[in-house]
Design a binder for this molecule. Structure first.
Ligand code: NAD
Ligand code: UPG
Length: 446
């Protein structure tokens, strides 16, 4: 059992801190946001993540997990310090390291004994060395310390299970001893451990995210070609995925990736490469393809309705994926303003994120916590997130309450045959529109 202090109690800090306490370590999660810490002490979760509250309660109850806003004391208390602060996108696209640097400074100022400072935040190659320099600069004593990079790979919405059953732990460290200690703290996870140098560990995180984003943009591009020449992207992806070299994951075509990671990490990698003298054109194409993909549903809507001015448009699903309340870089935040600019009356539904979205749209849209209320009297509906409530929609009921049975589905939630038999005007991504058969690049309307 080791003492671990986690600096930054956001998504990663809270989830990974809780999971490390669950496997037996003594964990202190600290944050400069006092309000967040006070809420956590009262067992109010700052994020929506299935299973998180129960696991936090259990570990707090068992005395392995505590929360504090006294970052200095928390640092002094532990031998292992995780840095899990945000690394947001700056205006130029590079990762903003302000919070990482501030955390390193605080660690230096509170270096009372040997410590291993582990960066879990996603950071550009070279950051661990910067962290080491900052700690040395601010340390009052000559106490020794190590730095390490141990990137986090969890996904929002399945974060607890991703963390408890991680595919691998990547560990880059400034000494063999530090690498061994970090490997040991992972032992109860029974996962594969890859020990690397610091730079490789940092690069693995960016490369993994950029590769996954590339898979998504690639399948979206194939979907767009299918719409022009024929083919059903769901079948195409299935056929590709059966090749074990390709695999079936991350081949779901849709309105593109959003979230707090892929958009910022692809840009940060592109920036990192450019500054180093390499034009990473593949990543630029991935980003451009994703940007265009977001608004494809608007083109389909305009084609179906002609004009949206004065029309009631239901937008179903606002978060960037289901099972999270995170709205960072969610496609809905790009799509709704376009609808509003075109004069549509926008009615939004999301099972979790309505409060969050009010910050962006105020009184300019109407908010519905019942999916059928959102569909009532609407001229068309856009599906942006595959929430269970949306995928499991009672289609007959939906059709009976909509003014026009037009569904533009950005997540391929519904079966084409079923939509056809129920009489919807249904368009999805990379699949033949209902009522339309394609032979080669020749569209034949039934
Ligand atoms: N969100 C994810 O699913 C995910 C997954 C893997 C990796 N990551 C990476 O992990 C990092 C953290 O992401 P996140 O989504 O958890 O961020 P977040 O923005 O949700 O949380 C960061 C937290 O750090 C706190 N903080 C900032 N400076 C601090 C300081 N000096 N001392 C103490 N606390 C401080 C903030 O108050 C905030 O609560 C990022 O680099 C991100 O790219 C995120
Ligand atoms: O086949 C797919 C898979 C995903 N997505 C979209 O891609 C985005 C990201 O999804 P996902 O990767 O599941 O969620 P994140 O929580 O953003 O997780 C990613 O980003 C994290 C932060 O770096 C990493 O830790 C994870 O490994 C990585 O999957 C979402 O908008 C999804 O709708 C698709 O469009 N098609």
């Amino acid at each position: 059992m080791k003492k671990i202090t986690v600096i930054g109690t956001g998504y990663v800090g809270l989830v990974s801190g809780t999971c490390f306490s669950e496997i037996g370590h003594q964990v202190i999660c600290c944050d400069i946001d006092q309000n967040k810490i006070e809420q956590l002490k009262q067992m109010k979760m700052p994020i929506y993540e299935p299973g998180l509250e129960d696991l936090v309660r259990k570990n707090v109850h068992d005395g392995r997990l505590t929360f504090t806003s006294d970052v200095s004391v928390a640092i002094q208390h532990s031998e292992i310090i995780f840095i899990a602060v945000g690394t947001p996108m700056s205006e130029t696209g590079e990762a903003d390291l302000t919070y990482v640097k501030a955390a390193a400074k605080m660690i230096g100022e509170n270096l009372n004994d040997y410590k291993i400072v582990v960066t879990k935040s996603t950071v550009p190659v070279g950051t661990s060395r910067i962290v080491r320099q900052i700690i040395s600069k601010h340390a009052f004593t000559s106490v020794s310390f190590d730095v390490a990079s141990n990137p986090e790979f969890l996904r929002e919405g399945s974060a607890i299970s991703d963390c408890m059953n991680m595919d691998r732990a990547v560990i880059g460290a400034s000494s063999d001893m530090a690498a061994k200690i970090i490997e040991e703290i992972h032992e109860p996870f029974h996962t594969k451990v890859l020990i690397t140098d610091l730079e490789s560990a940092e690069m693995i995180k960016y490369a993994a995210n950029a590769f996954l984003a590339t898979k998504i943009s690639f399948i979206n591009a194939i979907a767009n070609v299918c719409e022009l020449v024929g083919g059903d992207i769901v079948k195409v992806a299935e056929g590709m995925g059966l090749d074990s070299r390709i695999g079936n994951k991350f081949l779901r075509a849709g309105i593109g990736y959003g979230g707090s990671c892929f958009p910022k990490d692809t840009l940060a990698l592109h920036h990192l490469a450019r500054v180093a003298g390499y034009d990473f054109s593949i990543i630029q194409s991935v980003i451009d393809t994703n940007d265009k993909q977001k608004t494809i549903v608007i083109d389909k809507l305009l084609k179906a309705l002609g004009d949206v001015e004065g029309n009631a448009i239901s937008v179903l699903g606002l978060t960037f994926k289901p099972n999270t309340d995170d709205l960072r870089y969610a496609p809905s935040l790009s799509i709704i303003p376009i609808l509003l600019n075109k004069g549509a009356k926008v009615k939004v539904f999301d099972p979790i994120a309505l409060d969050g979205v009010k910050r962006y749209f105020g009184a300019s849209v109407t908010y519905h916590d019942d999916v059928y209320d959102a569909l009532h009297d609407s001229d068309a509906c856009l599906v942006l997130t595959e929430w269970e409530e949306i995928v499991g929609l009672d289609l007959d009921k939906a059709k009976s309450i909509m003014k026009e049975p037009i569904i533009i589905d950005g997540r391929n939630c519904f079966d084409l045959e079923i939509m056809n038999s129920r009489g919807f005007h249904y368009q999805s991504i990379g699949r033949p529109a209902v009522g339309e058969e394609r032979i080669g690049n020749l569209a034949v309307t039934n």
